[in-house]
Design a binder for this molecule. Structure first.
Ligand SMILES: Nc1nc2c(ncn2[C@@H]2O[C@H](COP(=O)(O)OP(=O)(O)OP(=O)(O)O)[C@@H](O)[C@H]2O)c(=O)[nH]1
Ligand SMILES: [Mg+2]
Length: 140
């Protein structure tokens, strides 16, 4: 299986999605450090939210085969700048999370991730376990 790094703001649902991908029970756990112990590399959202820590994400992304930009379907902002994907020098995919939420706007999130240059977009809900199998299939 390919190694993927998940990058996105705090609370966007990276850790919960990883739990769903692993088939684990969903338990809230604040990510405190970059966890690269297996194929799902988890990162604290704060690293994506400011310039001081973002450099670490760039370095760790080179330990992965795929970069996953995680965007919550209920967010009314996007921290990823347009055309940022080519900087990664490896495939970058977009992952829309929390598609189950009532006020979710997955199509807006998709548009923003496409603007980043993501080559594929996945719509997911860890809570409803949707989009999880498609992502696992892509990572095979
Ligand atoms: N409705 C809904 N809520 C979700 C989903 N995934 C995560 N959440 C909730 O969103 C909150 C944050 O989820 P996390 O997985 O901890 O977010 P994170 O991106 O890992 O956050 P940091 O570790 O701070 O970077 C938790 O309360 C989750 O229960 C989802 O698919 N649907
Ligand atoms: Mg987390």
């Amino acid at each position: 299986m390919k190694k993927i790094i998940f990058i996105g703001t705090s609370g966007s649902g990276k850790t919960t999605l990883i739990e769903a991908l692993r088939g684990e029970k969903l338990v809230y756990r604040k990510t405190q450090y970059i966890d690269y112990s297996d194929n799902f590399m988890d990162t604290p959202g704060e690293y994506a939210e400011g310039n001081d820590l973002a450099g670490a994400l760039a370095v760790y992304s080179y330990e992965s085969d795929i970069v996953g930009l995680v965007l919550c379907a209920t967010d009314d902002f996007c921290v990823f700048p347009p055309a940022c994907a080519p900087v990664a020098n490896r495939p970058v995919i977009g992952i829309v999370t929390k598609c189950d939420e009532q006020d979710a706007n997955p199509e807006l999130a998709k548009m923003r991730l496409e603007l980043c240059g993501c080559e594929r977009i996945f719509f997911t809900s860890a809570k409803k376990h949707t989009g999880v199998e498609e992502l696992l299939e892509y990572l095979k």
